[in-house]
Ligand binder design. Structure first.
Ligand code: ADP
Length: 497
């Protein structure tokens, strides 16, 4: 048997109309509105979900404020907070199959990927951040106040939670993005209103139940599904929200930053990318070819860090491009529940049209489609893995984030040329380098203006390794202890002795 049959728990979950999650309770949207989420492999309705808007966001923000100010969360010891978070991680692991099935059905990704990557990484994130709950520390500071030469002081810093945090997440890794956001917020004692993407509203609701089961008190995490322009915008501009954290497109990131200006809430943004992946002639060619294909085709290319600009040193250009194209052609496109599937559907019809539109623009501007370039089949939102050559730097396919399984390739002549090409983008999220020369690798790693540089690997994520963008790819970092900085305020306490 090659196609997984979805388990009873997930079937029951899908057949129950899903509501908002506020104060550890499932409640309908005040307007009574609902929307449907589709299975991108078939285009059929998967589930019905309550559609929250500004009014529901307001109720959720009030719940989060109450939980922050006077619930058990406010007085809980860091150790107890960490224990609940560890338990959330363990419960995610216990429900591995169910989460993976939901991710595959809602997002389209191969079940094997959800089982091996999305769900275990989310569980690990909670466990990693659980450890930090007891390690949020300030410093003592020796003062030398020049106008009080004889005075003595005891000065120190406290690191305190920011308060009520709004979090808006995308659809490419629904559970994992929720975990990346919730982990540092909870470890530092904040409370949260989470708005998942309207294309993939299910994982966060499933997670909400598990978080309550793990002992998270009411109001600490509230999940309000709804549209970006209504629920999302209301959260970003809400005067009762102290910080907004967003992952998504650079375009929407700008709107979030603007929306935040009213009460000048803190903002962190993890945005788009057009990441360069650079293959030198002295690389292990087989590894570089396989790695470059994985860099772009993983998660159907719907990865903000995808290696979507492939630069290959002159001497091996034809060989590498042919190798990546060969892998693209051999990939099995299909329903994520089919164990033979390498590449699932794109998330939505809109995304399919967006990706097709980019490839068409490349064609019209004179680029060569080496392989792929078309929708696959006429049911669901499948798009062929695509390699585009003979591009110019000013083409849309080279400049803009496509967010699909589409890579543009170009040749370079030496390290300086590679560095120039790599940095020739307003984005700065990720990058890849393939070479056996460690000196060259480290030199170039320093020159690339991006938040992550992968050397002889790509798409490696770890809860301990910070992730985020230079330039227009964002503000702040996800994961690692760096993520904690953007969820704490620093208070200086200055005591004259
Ligand atoms: P994509 O364009 O790939 O769907 P987006 O950046 O639009 O990605 O979406 C990421 C998240 O941002 C989603 O949760 C979406 O609902 C939300 N969003 C979209 N538009 C807005 C907006 N104007 N204000 C706040 N959130 C938004």
């Amino acid at each position: 048997m090659t196609t997984t049959t979805v388990g009873k728990r997930v079937q029951d979950f899908l057949s129950t109309p899903q509501q908002l999650f506020i104060n550890n309770d499932y409640v309908p949207a005040k307007s009574g509105k609902t929307f449907t989420t589709l299975n991108p492999a078939t285009g059929e309705v998967l589930a019905t979900v309550a559609e929250g808007d500004a009014e529901d966001i307001d109720i959720a923000v009030q719940a989060a404020r109450k939980a922050f100010s006077d619930g058990p969360w406010a007085t809980m010891s860091p150790s107890d907070r960490g224990r609940i978070m560890w338990k959330i991680g363990d419960l995610i692991s216990e429900h591995l199959e169910e989460f993976a099935e939901l991710e595959t059905l809602d997002n389209g990704k191969p079940l094997s990927v959800a089982l091996a990557a999305d769900v275990p990484l989310a569980a690990e994130l909670f466990r990693y951040m659980a450890g930090w709950a007891t390690k949020i520390e300030g410093n003592t500071i020796g003062l030398s106040v020049p106008f009080l030469p004889d005075a003595q002081f005891h000065a120190y810093t406290l690191r305190e939670p920011i308060g009520v945090v709004g979090q808006i997440i995308p659809w490419n890794f629904p559970l994992l993005m929720a975990a990346w956001k919730l982990g540092p917020a909870l470890a530092t004692g904040n409370t949260v209103v989470l708005k998942p993407a309207e294309q993939t509203p299910l994982a966060a609701l499933f997670l909400a139940e598990i978080m309550a089961q793990a002992g998270l008190p009411p109001g600490v995490v509230n999940v309000v599904n709804g549209l970006g322009e209504t629920a999302g915008a209301a959260l970003a501009s809400h005067p009762g929200v102290d910080k907004i954290a967003f992952t998504g497109s650079t375009e929407v990131g700008r709107l979030i930053a603007k929306g935040a200006t009213g009460n000048l809430k803190k903002v962190s943004l993890e945005l788009g990318g057009k990441s360069p992946n650079i293959v030198f002639a002295d690389a292990d060619i087989d590894a570089a070819v396989a790695g470059s294909a994985q860099a772009i085709f993983f998660n159907q290319g719907q990865c903000c860090v995808a290696g979507s600009r492939l630069y290959v040193e002159d001497d091996i250009f034809d060989e590498v491009v042919a190798g990546v194209a060969e892998i693209a052609k051999s990939m099995k496109i299909g329903d994520g529940l089919d164990s033979r599937t390498d590449l699932g559907p794109l998330v939505s019809d809109e995304q399919l049209r967006r990706v097709s539109g980019f490839v068409d623009s490349g064609r019209e501007q004179g680029a060569e489609i080496v392989t792929g370039g078309h929708r696959d089949g006429d049911r669901g939102y499948f798009f062929q893995p695509t390699v585009i050559s003979h591009t110019r730097p000013d083409m849309k396919v080279v400049e803009e984030e496509i967010f699909g399984p589409v890579v543009v390739v170009a040749a370079f002549k030496d390290l300086a040329d590679a560095a120039r090409l790599a940095n020739d983008s307003p984005y700065g999220l990720g990058s890849g380098i393939w070479t056996k020369d460690i000196s060259k690798a480290h030199k170039l790693a320093k020159q690339i203006r991006a938040g992550t540089v992968y050397v002889n690997c790509y798409n490696v994520f770890d809860a301990a390794m910070p992730f985020g963008g230079y330039k227009e790819s964002g503000w702040g970092r996800e994961m690692g202890h760096q993520a904690l900085d953007s969820y704490t305020e620093v208070k200086s306490v200055c005591v004259r002795l």
